[in-house]
Design a protein around this ligand. Structure first.
Ligand code: AMP
Length: 660
């Protein structure tokens, strides 16, 4: 398979913003990919060589790519840098420069997908003193044989700025359409009714394209134009519905596998070798992080008790960093993953040490919240303190003594060869104690590990008392957990088996919101030279887009204002908003959705400007925040797709109306 074929798909995908149209392109791409290359193509499309949780970074510095471009095109370094600044994107610059190349090669070997992937792998794996020279040589060799378009995607890939904007769930949709053979039966049915492959819609069904399925099932479906009688139309529509349900079923199966093994490349390889059947074989495996289970929210303990059928467990909701600990070899090997599935073991060698020495058994996966405590007393400190430990490579040893942490365990997902995620809550809690015998709820005991504080309740007053105690002990609220027979661990899901209740619910607008920066405004006066405000968006998970909810200008201190332009500088887009942003108002600078800020607000109102939930609750209006203010917390533990969703905004609006 030629790399240029792949790049043509990328060009098309980049020009689209609709999720369904993108899925069409992916279906075409993956169906035309030889099965032995499918894993490779899926990884390249994600812009990775290995799954993110393995921590292998391609991330070559742009400077090195500039040098490679210099070697291949003979433009001067200054000319290349200028082009980069002008286009604001290394890929577009490379495309332009290779297009105007001063030196034309005599020998030119077309790039294949396998060759590109092999070279990129070498770039990612090479270490040691002369590694920079080797990387430079490998990049230059690839660029030497590249067309302009290939140069664009190659340079973006090596700099880890692929930016196709394809969510993993969109890729999974494509897999589901490809692996639903009943779509071929639908195609046979259409042919049986006298339609032919000369018809573009019929051809699109043959290709398993999702838009085709929609064009047949919409109320004004294209079927009417095809001169079919009523009965034929009805039976085709019935078949379309049946096939759509099967696609959905397959999608759920793949999502389940992805939630416990979040590696699209591996999932693609399984599908390529054994189809949907092999997907069912995906099992929880120590060493491979699962996607986190999350909770819904309710405004009072009595609402929670009702929702949980009269009885629930309440746990302290600790304010720290979520950690999933994978222990193998009877405690010899401990790996820690963040909620974003990054391997963070190196930042918490102390925690890994406690787990390794206190674990009794063969292997297990535990989950908990890592919280900072005061050296000496062991009492809880505010979350912000722990961020001083994150991302630190040097002086880590001093920080470990200065800012000790405790891992407060609240779940067990795997123990001694057996999956625990399908077991009910109380059994999983028991398994934590089996894994770490002698563990107590006492954080101040100085063991570095503790069990989350928990109380079983049936009565709201008892619950409120526990909640107040949680706040007094420095927690942000409580997490209610179902104790029913069905209280499994739902990896990657936000459901009603867990419900959070926080202290903010007592004041103004319930919870804080985690919103994504999609635009910025130049400041004036004291904020001259930096940004004065930001356009913020919620995540629309149905459409995989970002829809705006407010302009945010308050709550920023001087340090934030100094830091933010740097953080956002690599995320500017020139010439218009990012295709996945649905912006309600103009901005000075468009920003790629990436950075999540925590925001508080007085209330949610309707807005003729902002696009969140547009037309959903009221015609020609969206939802917006009144008096939004930044809490000071940059949520670097959350990706843009972990931000507050449009669904949640609608839920919060409804709750607010109910409370009033
Ligand atoms: P939120 O980020 O507000 O949706 O709250 C969910 C987060 O609360 C989880 O990702 C955990 O990091 C954290 N958390 C703290 N204590 C607990 C607990 N006892 N059980 C579950 N999650 C907890």
């Amino acid at each position: 398979m030629q790399y240029s074929d792949l790049c043509s798909f990328y060009e098309r995908i980049e020009s689209l913003s609709g999720r369904l149209e993108m899925t069409d392109q992916l279906v075409e791409l993956y169906r035309s990919t030889p099965s032995e290359l499918l894993e490779t193509v899926v990884r390249l499309t994600k812009g990775e060589i290995r799954p993110g949780f393995e921590g292998l970074e391609l991330g070559v510095a742009e400077k090195l790519v500039v040098r490679a471009l210099y070697m291949v095109t003979m433009f001067s370094i200054d000319e290349i840098e200028e082009e980069k600044v002008r286009s604001g994107d290394i890929g577009i610059a490379a495309e332009a420069l290779v297009g105007r190349k001063r030196q034309t090669a005599l020998f030119h070997e077309p790039l294949t997908v396998s060759r590109v992937f092999a070279s990129l792998s070498r770039i990612a794996f090479v270490e040691g003193r002369s590694s920079q020279d080797l990387k430079l040589k490998l990049i230059a060799e690839l660029l030497h044989d590249s067309s302009p378009i290939e140069a664009k995607y190659l340079t973006r890939t090596v700099c880890q700025k692929m930016r196709l904007g394809i969510a993993d769930m969109t890729q999974i949709d494509a897999f589901a359409y490809i692996h639903t053979p009943e779509i071929d039966e639908l195609h046979d049915l259409l042919i049986g009714f006298g339609l032919s492959d000369n018809d573009e819609h019929v051809r699109a069904i043959k290709k398993h394209l999702p838009t085709a399925m929609n064009s047949f099932s919409e109320p004004h479906s294209v079927l009417k134009e095809k001169g079919l009688d009523k009965d034929s139309i009805r039976s085709i529509k019935e078949k379309v519905q049946e096939v759509k349900a099967l696609v959905q079923q397959n999608r759920e199966t793949i999502v389940r596998a992805y939630n416990i093994h979040p590696d699209l490349g591996r999932i693609a390889a399984l599908l390529a070798s054994g189809g949907m059947e092999s997907i069912n074989e995906v099992k929880v495996t120590p060493g491979i992080p699962l996607r986190a289970m999350l909770g819904e929210r309710l405004p009072s303990i009595s609402d929670i008790i009702d929702k949980m059928d009269g009885r629930t467990a309440l746990e302290y909701k600790y304010d720290g960093l979520r950690v999933q600990a994978h222990i193998t070899g009877s405690g010899q090997d401990v790996r820690l993953f963040s909620r974003q599935l990054e391997n963070i073991t190196d930042q918490f060698p102390d925690v890994a040490g406690y787990l390794g020495s206190m674990f009794r058994g063969e292997d297990c996966i535990l989950e908990g919240e890592c919280v900072p405590v005061e050296a000496g007393t062991g009492s809880l400190l505010p979350f912000q303190v722990i961020s001083q430990r994150r991302g630190r490579k040097y002086e880590l040893h001093d920080k470990i003594e200065e800012i000790p942490v405790v891992l407060v365990l609240f779940d067990c997902l795997f123990l001694n060869g057996s999956e625990m995620i399908g077991e009910p809550y109380l059994k999983r809690r028991g398994a934590i104690l089996e894994a770490i015998p002698g563990l107590t709820e006492d954080i101040e005991a100085g063991q570095g590990l503790a069990l989350s504080k928990m109380l079983l309740i049936t009565d709201a007053e008892e619950g409120e008392e526990f909640f107040i105690r949680a706040l007094n002990d420095g927690c942000e609220g409580v997490m209610a957990k179902s104790v029913g027979k069905e209280s499994i661990y739902q990896a990657g899901n936000r459901g009603w088996l867990w419900i959070k209740y926080k202290k903010d619910y007592h004041s103004e607008l319930n919870d804080t919101l985690d919103l994504v920066v999609v635009g910025a405004y130049h400041g004036s006066g004291r904020r001259g030279g930096t940004f004065g405000a930001f356009l913020m968006a919620a995540y629309d998970s149905d459409e995989d887009r970002f829809r705006t909810v407010c302009k945010l200008g308050s709550g920023f201190n001087d340090r934030h204002l100094e830091e933010l332009p740097g953080i956002l500088s690599g995320l500017r887009t020139e010439g218009g908003p990012h295709p996945q942003v649905d912006a309600g108002m103009p901005v000075d600078v468009h920003i790629i959705p990436q950075i999540v800020l925590e925001v508080k607000a007085a209330e949610i109102t309707f807005s003729p400007v902002h696009t969140c939930a547009w037309g959903k609750l009221k015609g020609n209006a969206g939802l917006a925040l009144r008096f939004p203010r930044f809490t000071g917390r940059i949520r670097d533990d959350k990706g843009p797709r972990d931000a507050t969703t449009v669904h949640e905004m609608i839920g919060l609006y409804r709750q607010q109306v109910k409370t009033l």
